[in-house]
Structures are given as structure tokens and as C-alpha cells.
Ligand binder design. Structure first.
Ligand SMILES: Nc1ncnc2c1ncn2[C@@H]1O[C@H](COP(=O)(O)OP(=O)(O)OP(=O)(O)O)[C@@H](O)[C@H]1O
Ligand SMILES: [Mg+2]
Length: 504
């Protein structure tokens, strides 16, 4: 028997199977990837292991012994540590308090020993090579990537033998993705089991030893990652069908009419004199290393930041004073953190989608139910949201399906200008393909899309033009034959200006 053995695990929610008779195993010393479409059952399986869910049927064996896992604290006793897909920190507590919550040291007078806590945190950061983390920063104030690192350290601080990383790379900055892959390898080399979920095939091929594939809650098979691995076969196992070319053919529909424009715009230290135009009918990519002002650029156009300089919409100078103004003027944002900024998690899919269109659906304060249902089903179908019903709560959806609902909600408002923040984060490859097609269709209809992505290939293949940001400025602008990975990366790291711009 292998070191971790799952036998005949089944789990259903309100009569719908999320997992059906799963039997699979993992070995100490391996990084084992779990692959599958959005809603395939990956997170549910991991939650069964981490004690968050109790399976309806099935058994778990650890090192040959039957494990009785009824709660997260049981799981911890068996050395299982899980970094969940959805972050779950307390924003008002500090980073150190979040990491050591429930284990905060006390002074001999019984009060919290902040000095000792700080020491413990710094030790942990040193051990795992995270020098930039501030233990005293409020968790709500740090970047998404830092929040993700904090969650990883929280789990590692308990020294687990089985480490579960559910989509932990999707929120990480690029250099930290490498860090996590190396960390996973180091943990495996120490004899641990690392269970790794990601929708990015390159990471799986780079960092994992074996892949197990789930489809519709069923176990499909396991493959070794080596030179004989047939990725096309793996994708077919995931999707249940072959997938033709991933990126759509692009026809440029951009006009010469600017939808949005910035002239010498500044905002705190994030934007340092931005000049750019987004044209109607255009998908304009925003690239750059992490934290160079890209997020603030999108947020500024949505009225989240009060900027200095000139902002124009449809050629007219405007003051996008707040998101309400933006929405009223048909500007929509797909936000960075779907859970916090994009959805009402405790409400249904239907409500989440229709809330933004409530004016269109109501007459004399009465909501037209039929119209509402039509609207909801139109957009859930368009984005192939996988859920038991449109009344399912957003919190019951898989991570990728939550992302689709955020998109559905925004599409349903029929905006003219879309600000898209990494829309394919956590989305499976089949759905990514659908989203790419959708983005191109939006542009074809003459609407404008500002498209931020951390994936350079995606920018190269989906956008008509890409601007590159560095240090709060636009330092590159590529279109046509010039729009390629080399130019984007070159401008991101400043190759073309090396020497010339060395004012600093
Ligand atoms: N608490 C819940 N209540 C009801 N249904 C649930 C619950 N949790 C998960 N499900 C359903 O179980 C199925 C599997 O979801 P799961 O989160 O495991 O998918 P996943 O493979 O992790 O997908 P993703 O890649 O999008 O994260 C989905 O259809 C989901 O809607
Ligand atoms: Mg999941």
C-alpha cells in the first residue's frame, strides 16, 4: 500500500455527486498533481483529506493505517496541512498573528508576547526564504501575492507531512511561483507528500512527479511526468475530448476612436505620468513585472483611486469619481480578488448576476422574475457556469466557476468598456479557450477591453496591442509583428533602455 491511500471516496451535495468512488494513492517524496476541469472535484477531494468535509463513503489510509479524519484538527494530528484555494485570513490581524493564530505565545503575565511572536515569524520567513514579508503589517493591506505566501507559511509553520496546495500559484507573482515550485520539491525531498493543484500545464510539467486526473468527480488515471508524458492525452483525459488549438485566430477590429485615455496621470507612487489610449474595438493588453502600476491603472479607470492628470472617455475629459459613476457610464471591472471584490458569496448565482441589472429588470420597484431568469440563464450558459442550479450559493461553486459568475455578472450589465484583471486566473484550459473567444467577440462588437494578465503568452495571443508598464509609466507599446514575447519581456525588465535611462 502506498503512503497515502484513498479508497472508494464518494461525496455528494444535495444529491449531486462531487466525488464518485475515487481510489488513488500518493507516495512520500513526490509532488503529486491533481488535474481536472473547473468543478471536477479537486478541492472537494482535498477538503475530505483536510477534514473540512466528511465523505459519504470511503476510507483513507496513511502509512498503511486507517485514518479517522472528522475535522481539521483530526487532519492536523495526521500531519495534513492544506492551503485552501480561497484565502481565509483575518484582515485586521497582522501577518504574524494570522500565521500563528491559536498559537500566539504569552508572556509570564498572561498577555500576548508580541516580541516573541515577531521572532517566531522572522525565523519562519528566514527558513522559507521570504525576506520581504513584514510580520507587523495588517494582513488586509498586503498584496494578493503576499497574502497567498502568508497562507502557505501558516500551513508550513505546523510542519505537516502531507502538504496540500490548492491553486496556490495562481495568486503568486511570477518569481514567487518559481519559489513555490522549488519549495514543493524541497518538501518532497524531505520525504513529505505534496499534493499540488494548478491549471497551468507548464508548472505541472516543471514541478511535479506524477499527475492524477479527475473528471466529473471521477478518477480517470495517473501518469508519470517524464519525457514520455503525452500532454495531449492528459488534456483529453481531463476534458473527455480532444482540444483543438487553444488560442483563437485574431482579426483586428480596433478603430481610431479612443474609448479611454490618460494624459500624464499620476497617483501616489503607483502611477508616475501615464500616457495611454484604449481604442474602441480593441483588446489592449497591459503587461509588466508585478506591481508596476498595472492594477492601479485599471482601478483608476474604475474610479477607485483619485488620480491627478487628465482622463478622457470617448474624447471628453471626465472625472471618474467612484465605481458608481463608472458603472453608470458603462465601464466595468473584473476585479483581482473575486471573493472579496466580485461576489456576494452567501447569495445565489442568480442574485449575483441580476443585482447589477436590477434597473433593467424592474418596473415600479417590482422585479420581473421571468426577465431575471432569462438574463441569468443567458449569461450562465454563455460562460458555461457549472452548478447544481442557478439558485446555488456562490460559496458552493468551485473556484473557477466563481470566476465565471463574476464574468457573467459583468457581461450582463452590457458595458461598453471592460477592465479585465487576470480573468483566467484559476480557470481550466477548456474554459480559458471559451473566455478568449468571448473577449474577442466583445471587441468585434466595437467595445473596448483593457486586458491585464500575468501570462505573457496570453497577452501575445489575445490582444491587438500590448502596453508594458514599469515604475508607474508606459515603457513599451507593441502591435502587429512587434507584438511578441521577447519585446514584452524586454520592455518589462528594461533591456531596451539599459544604459540610456540610468538616471537613477
Ligand atoms: N459546499 C458545497 N455545496 C454544494 N456544492 C458544492 C460544495 N462544494 C463543492 N460543490 C460542488 O462540487 C463540485 C466540485 O467542486 P470542486 O470545488 O471540488 O471543484 P474543483 O475541481 O476544485 O474546481 P476548480 O478548478 O474550479 O477549483 C462542483 O460542482 C461544486 O459546485
Ligand atoms: Mg477548486
Amino acid at each position: 500500500m502506498d503512503d497515502l491511500q484513498l479508497n472508494h471516496i464518494s461525496k455528494s451535495f444535495s444529491g449531486n455527486y462531487a466525488l464518485r468512488d475515487i481510489t488513488m494513492s500518493c507516495r512520500c517524496g513526490e509532488v503529486h498533481a491533481l488535474l481536472g476541469e473547473n468543478g471536477a472535484g479537486k478541492s472537494t477531494l482535498l477538503k475530505v483529506l483536510s477534514g473540512a468535509y466528511h465523505p459519504d463513503e470511503g476510507e483513507i489510509y496513511i502509512s498503511g493505517e486507517k485514518a479517522f479524519i472528522h475535522s481539521p484538527s483530526d487532519a492536523m494530528k495526521y500531519g495534513i496541512g492544506c492551503v485552501y484555494q480561497e484565502l481565509s485570513f483575518i484582515p485586521d490581524l497582522t501577518v504574524a498573528e494570522n500565521i500563528f493564530i491559536g498559537r500566539i505565545p504569552k508572556t509570564r503575565f498572561g498577555s500576548f508576547d508580541h516580541k516573541e511572536l515577531r521572532k517566531m515569524a522572522l525565523e519562519l520567513f528566514r527558513k522559507y526564504d521570504v525576506p520581504e514579508m513584514d510580520p507587523d503589517a495588517k494582513a488586509g493591506m498586503i498584496s494578493l501575492s503576499q497574502k497567498q505566501i502568508m497562507e502557505i507559511l501558516k500551513v508550513l509553520s505546523k510542519d505537516p507531512k502531507i502538504v496540500i496546495l490548492d491553486e496556490a500559484t495562481s495568486a503568486l507573482e511570477e518569481n514567487r511561483v518559481r519559489w513555490l515550485l522549488e519549495l514543493a520539491r524541497r518538501l518532497a525531498d524531505e520525504g513529505k507528500i505534496v499534493l499540488f493543484i494548478s491549471h497551468r500545464m507548464a508548472e505541472i510539467q516543471d514541478g511535479c512527479d506524477r499527475i492524477s486526473i479527475l473528471r466529473n468527480g471521477e478518477y480517470i488515471g495517473t501518469r508519470d511526468v517524464n519525457e514520455n508524458l503525452d500532454m495531449d492525452e492528459v488534456i483529453s483525459m481531463m476534458l473527455g475530448r480532444k482540444m483543438s488549438s487553444y488560442f483563437p485566430d485574431i482579426i483586428d477590429h480596433s478603430t481610431t476612436e479612443p474609448a479611454l485615455e490618460m494624459q500624464n496621470v499620476t497617483y501616489e507612487r503607483a502611477l508616475n505620468g501615464v500616457n495611454m489610449k484604449l481604442y474602441k474595438g480593441e483588446v489592449l493588453g497591459v503587461a509588466g513585472l508585478a506591481g508596476q502600476g498595472q492594477t492601479e491603472l485599471l482601478q483608476a479607470f474604475y474610479g477607485i483611486h483619485k488620480v491627478n492628470g487628465t482622463v478622457l472617455m470617448n474624447g471628453q475629459q471626465v472625472n471618474i469619481r467612484n465605481p458608481k459613476w463608472a458603472i453608470a457610464n458603462k465601464i466595468a471591472l473584473v476585479p483581482e480578488e473575486r471573493g472579496i471584490q466580485g461576489l456576494f458569496l452567501n447569495l445565489g448565482i442568480d442574485f449575483n448576476i441580476s443585482i447589477s441589472s436590477i434597473d433593467k429588470l424592474s418596473h415600479a420597484l417590482l422585479v420581473n422574475k421571468k426577465k431575471e431568469e432569462d438574463l441569468v440563464s443567458k449569461y450562465t450558459n454563455l460562460l458555461s457556469v457549472k452548478a447544481a442550479s442557478t439558485r446555488s450559493l456562490a460559496s458552493e461553486l468551485s473556484g473557477g466557476n466563481q470566476q465565471k459568475v463574476v464574468m457573467a455578472k459583468i457581461m450582463s450589465c452590457e458595458p461598453e468598456i471592460f477592465l479585465m484583471h487576470d480573468i483566467t486566473r484559476g480557470v481550466d484550459i477548456g474554459t480559458k479557450k471559451e473566455m478568449f473567444t468571448l473577449v474577442r467577440q466583445i471587441a468585434e462588437q466595437g467595445k473596448a477591453v483593457l486586458y491585464f494578465s500575468t501570462d505573457v503568452e496570453e497577452l501575445e495571443r489575445i490582444c491587438d496591442r500590448v502596453i508594458v508598464m514599469r515604475d508607474g509609466r508606459v515603457v513599451g507599446d507593441f502591435k502587429g509583428a512587434e507584438l511578441n514575447k521577447e519585446n514584452i519581456i524586454g520592455a518589462s525588465i528594461g533591456i531596451e533602455e539599459r544604459g540610456a535611462s540610468s538616471g537613477k
